[in-house]
Design a protein around this ligand. Sequence first.
Ligand code: NAD
Length: 497
Amino acid sequence: MSAQQTIHVGGEWRSAASGATREIIDPADATVFALVAEGGTEDTDAAVAAARRAFDEGEWPRTPVAERAALLRRVADLLQRNREALGSLESRDAGKTLEEGRVDVDCVADAFRYFADLVMNESGGRVVDAGSDEIHSVVVHEPVGVCALITPWNYPLLQASWKIAPALAAGNTFVVKPSEITPLATVELIHLLEEAGLPDGVANIVTGAGDPVGARLAEHPDVDLVSFTGGLSSGTKVMRAAADSVKKVALELGGKNPNVVFADACESDEDFDTAVDQALNAAFIHSGQVCSAGSRLIVEESLRERFVGELARRAEKIRLGRGTDDGVECGPLVSPQQLAKTEEYVASALAEGAVLLAGGRRPEGEGYEGYFYRPTVLDQCHREMRVVREEVFGPVLTVETFRTEDEAVALANDTEYGLAGAVWTADPGRARRVAGRLRHGTVWINDFHPYLPQAEWGGFGKSGIGRELGPAGLAEYREAKHIYQNLAPRPVRWFAG
Ligand code: NAD
């Protein structure tokens, strides 16, 4: 297997300056299936220098908006053309099912189209009434400059696109650093940006580890903004590293997301089935490796036994396997570390008194040589347990109960995170009351997981700083500038002499 040239600097594909490479592992069978360049500080500095030149001297920041939008639309078309190949690459790299990989590609194309439309529909600057005909005052928005985009392994292409599309729409240049575990689809995306005609130096990628590549990007004095998606512990390091150069920081971090189910949501058998089905989906899609996974089921006490019994029965039937195999519903965890972490959380929960209703083990037999773990339901949990407080990022659902609406809200808000949550109820008044009181960046009522490119995504509390998607997702990549023009300048005479 030959090492790929996966570092892209100033329009040129390269190996790492050091010659180092990294093996990319298929999590379904723990075999090596690709080699990428293992970039270091030298590669990172070269990429930032290229992005800096392209911003300061290149055409992209000054390219008319209509041309930038047209390029983003071409990228969306190319993504759609390569849907099958990209979807299956993402499936193999991250362990998700092929169908999830395909849906991710569709969502990525949607994000490119959304930001193209958004910049095209803007009216330009905002004229400010300065109270005089002799003053013309306008606020304009300009690209922030060189952006460092650091992304995680669970939705590699999607998370990269939520940064790349608005960064480009706003006229920035960037260096992207994908997760070292799942870099392949992001490398392909850079090829597509090239094919779409993006000028050299605007899009740069350095494959490599969080430290040194991500850490260097976060501290680099020539980087104007760092947008990071990943875990809380790396996010705080990024924020610290960015402080000395006072760069703009956007953080999309973890979540410990409540799924609150009131008994009135399950009065008919059909509604019961829907709420159980969605709770299953909330917790176990992509083996729970989703920042917004509904990993905390908070169910009304009177409904608990029936709801949790059915949930556990269905969890036991989830079909695990390689994401590209027919009929597979859940792939493996992404790495041995993620598997070990999941096992450790389940063991700690059981030691603290949780009751295992489903899963709690690796599947056995042929076809499970990779990092598989059975979807796990833990009953009788409470908020002092680590498994309830901390993000597992694996297929583990904890169950807590409540008796009153106030209690449900208090439990759902009792987290240091605040990314997403859901409330299930047939009572519209209760739905609005609870949604209004939840301290989470996204609240679903009688649903779980959907997002819209037009609506902001991000978190309260330690789930992050700033927003992706929506108009705020574009604003992250811009600086506001007030231009005040005096049409009839006269002396001020503040000073008499
Ligand atoms: P991670 O923090 O380990 O890594 C994320 C990225 O940061 C990787 O590219 C990594 O190489 C890099 N990195 C690591 N240390 C760094 C450092 N010191 N400086 C700069 N970069 C560094 O996270 P992960 O395990 O890849 O992803 C899982 C986490 O991502 C979960 O916590 C999940 O909730 C979060 N996530 C959040 C969202 C969201 O929208 N809020 C979306 C997806 C994932």
